[in-house]
Design a protein around this ligand. Sequence first.
Ligand code: SF4
Length: 393
Amino acid sequence: MLMHAPRALYIHIPFCTNKCHYCDFNSFVLKGQPVDDYLDALEEEMKRTVESMPPDIIHTVFVGGGTPTVLTPPQMTRFLASVQRYFPLAVDVEFTMEANPGTTDLEKLQAMKAGGVNRLSFGVQSFNNELLERIGRIHNVEDVYRSLDNARTAGFSNLSIDLMFNLPGQTLEMLAESVEKALALGLPHYSLYSLKVEENTLFHTLYERNELVLPPEEEELDMFLLLIERLKGAGYSHYEISNFAKPGYESKHNSTYWRNEPYYGLGAGAHGYAKGQRHVNVKGVGAYIDAARQQLPRLDVSEVSELEAIEDFMMVGLRLLDGVRASDFERQFEGKKLEDYFGDILDRVMADGLVERLTEQDDRRYRLTNKGILLGNEVFGSFIGLTETSSPG
Ligand code: SF4
């Protein structure tokens, strides 16, 4: 397996103003949290990380959460300065921060810009105030327009928003209206997610009690189709199963995950993948702070076997609508042949019309068909746990 030092960096800020009803991310309600101590601990982790695995040039940074924009402008400035101090960033680094329309004023956005952030991903979710309230978001539609205006005033042009579908009480008409409003903003990137009811969320409790009514399954599919049609119709390329971009604005950081490349992961509950190991950090804020004072704050570290990495390569790679190339597989796994591992599974998903093979010069490329895009999870699931049986031995 190729094992170069990571060129991508993820940092987790685990605080939110409140907890959204569908959220199972590692995030905690901000009130009363020791945010400054957390930033101290993050700096400790940065220091220990670069000592234990000296970085090459970092090409992408992604600060996620939680809600990184709950930091005050001085906290933001200090945090971003620490990133710049420990990690050598490429001159053309893609530096993304997730932003909540309810917690971004001009002063904060200016601090983010001055600290090196050059791409913003706003968690908008919907342009319908009733739905936003129903899913527990703290912002309203006015906040969206104001925060995007502020972002442009602060000098940001590489902007993305997340939209959600399959929300309780959402109709196709409501979604169509949201997508028109989203497209009217003329942003270079949009991410679209279907609501999934995850355990340990308020929505899960309501679902168990039969008190959460979601759109019927066929309608979820119609919603996805509507989004694809509108985004593609507006000239966006559908480059990943949930992501659409104007040329050149595809998320470089997320492509690290989809190409199964290594990345540093810092902060409470953050995952990282480097030198053939995956880690997950201690999740609680207090526990993370205590652990980072003494050592790398790991909850778990596991070796990734070559077979697991091979399986991951297919699972995440097929999310990209360009698909996976046999030549990339051979490069990442030093001469091994993709079909020796997945020949049977590929034959099956191709026979079902979910994946297609393209032959290009000396290379082979496998990608989702239109039908496969709609049944993505089923296709990815086909590649789980089968590497043992399809291994050439
Ligand atoms: S803002 Fe994001 S991370 Fe925070 S609770 Fe809502 S969904 Fe979760």
